[in-house]
Design a protein around this ligand. Structure first.
Ligand SMILES: Cc1cc2nc3c(=O)[nH]c(=O)nc-3n(C[C@H](O)[C@H](O)[C@H](O)COP(=O)(O)OP(=O)(O)OC[C@H]3O[C@@H](n4cnc5c(N)ncnc54)[C@H](O)[C@@H]3O)c2cc1C
Length: 422
């Protein structure tokens, strides 16, 4: 039976991990549990579930040092809000930001829509406090931009998914808040025009904060909400693909970038269907994109989700008419759709189970494999496959055994009794 423990201090975690090591009890850590559905059924059941949600204090926002000190269980959006009150800005915006925690973002090295311009969690964590398996408490990094010249333990721990310890608090880097922001929606009648426009935007020298590409099936799932955002046209009705931009900076620069984007869209047969300044509607549009994965998972039980990175210039090659990616979308075997951080070439391929069909039936594995093969052919790197079909589709790239041995050795040296579960 699993015991849920909700510590309020790091000392409690020290005690707990000490006794877990002596008693060889399996410990899993949870923050906002947003990754739960992706990670499910992958590991043995824990004896103890350490829920960090009560360690949710923002200890300080230090305007002079451009940093925040927070406990690991604080919700990511709360950091953004607290920083904004001081005219500061915490850019990492994993799509789960309203429910995920800083500790979970650190463990998953979560990035988000704004990684194009700003980077992800990895780029905004200056220091960590971690309780190692066995109960030793360590601090990494410091309240300054550069605090190490050799191995960087902070970055090393980011992305380790609780295997190496429990993050209890973090020092986060903040930036001055951009003065002005606009959200722009551009709809395209063809599958490839959105990808071509994204490339043209990058080539033009602009760096939007975010540039997200959605296929028509992603729009379909929230059709009415997308439609209600657009006064001029209903993007969900006309679009084969949609680009969502977030532009930020000084107003005159944002307005200039918007004009350029309008021209580039028109050249690809698309149209800017809505310009939403930093308003309720702009926030709503961003939230629609942020909610996409939970919405998909609620409507269609996840069969598999693959996260693949391609060079941004290759996005057009895979997101073109008649590629396995665009041919599969909308076919009868489950719910297959694709959305991408277009500026950095990271694609999310969602495959949901259609309740009317056999799980993974109707050719879904073949379709999914064809899409993944196509992505590999252009040099894509598989960043992860989640969901029950993970094993059906294969783990992806073969990792050289030297690396897996090295990783196992590292995990063993941190956690010799193997108590930590991801
Ligand atoms: C591998 C992976 C990569 C992801 N990458 C992205 C991304 O790039 N962009 C994006 O928008 N979304 C990403 N997500 C989805 C989502 O952003 C993450 O689910 C979110 O960051 C997790 O935060 P959470 O608080 O909900 O953690 P949970 O879902 O509760 O836990 C997620 C993982 O983090 C560990 N964990 C949680 N808190 C701590 C802690 N305090 N100390 C140590 N370990 C802890 C858990 O053990 C578990 O392994 C990713 C999900 C996964 C599984």
């Amino acid at each position: 039976m699993c015991t849920i423990i909700q510590p309020t201090t790091a000392d409690e975690i020290v005690e707990l991990l000490r006794s877990a090591q002596s008693n060889k009890t399996k410990v899993a850590v949870r923050g906002g549990m947003t990754a739960g559905q992706l990670l499910q059924n992958e590991e043995a059941a824990p004896d103890i579930l350490l829920d960090l949600s009560r360690m949710n204090r923002i200890r300080s926002i230090e305007k002079g040092n451009l940093l925040a000190r927070v406990e690991a269980g604080v919700i990511t959006a709360a950091v953004e809000t607290a920083a904004a009150k001081e005219r500061l800005f915490y850019p990492p915006d994993p799509t789960s930001l309203h429910t995920s925690t800083i500790g979970g973002n650190v463990a998953c090295a979560a990035a988000g829509l704004r990684q194009l311009k700003y980077g992800g969690t990895r780029d905004f964590v200056m220091g960590l406090e971690v309780v190692l398996p066995g109960g030793e408490r360590i601090r990494t990094g410091a309240n300054m931009q550069k605090s190490v010249a050799g191995y960087d333990m902070t970055r090393f721990l980011i992305g380790s998914g609780a295997r190496l310890g429990v993050v209890t608090s973090a020092i986060l880097r903040l930036l001055p808040k951009p003065q002005y922001r606009e959200i722009i929606l551009c709809a395209f009648p063809g599958a490839s025009a959105g990808a071509s426009t994204a490339l043209a935007v990058i080539k033009s020298g602009m760096t939007p904060a975010a540039m997200e590409l959605l296929d028509s099936r992603c729009l379909e799932i929230d059709h009415d909400a997308w439609a209600s955002l657009s006064m001029m046209q209903q993007p969900a009705d006309v679009a084969e693909s949609l680009l969502l931009f977030e532009l930020d900076g000084v107003e005159v620069s944002v307005v200039g970038q918007r004009a350029k984007i309008e021209r580039l869209c028109a050249q690809q047969g698309g149209a800017v269907v809505e310009i939403l300044s930093d308003s309720h509607m702009g926030t709503q549009a961003l939230e629609l994109r942020q909610r996409l994965l939970p919405r998909l998972m609620a409507a269609y039980p996840i069969w598999a989700m693959a996260k693949v990175a391609v060079a941004p210039g290759q996005l057009r090659a895979v997101w073109a008419p008649d590629t396995p990616l665009t041919k599969s979308s909308g076919q009868g075997s489950g719910y297959l759709c694709c959305f991408a951080h277009a500026g950095i070439g990271v694609l999310h391929l969602f495959m949901g189970i259609d309740p009317m069909q056999e799980p993974g039936g109707g050719g879904a594995p073949a379709q999914a494999r064809a899409v993944l093969r196509c992505l590999r052919e252009v040099g894509g790197a598989l960043l992860g496959i989640y969901g029950p079909a993970r094993r059906t589709l294969g783990e992806g790239e073969a990792i050289p055994s030297r690396f897996t041995e090295a990783m196992t050795t590292i995990e063993r040296s941190f956690d010799p009794k193997g108590v930590m579960l991801p």
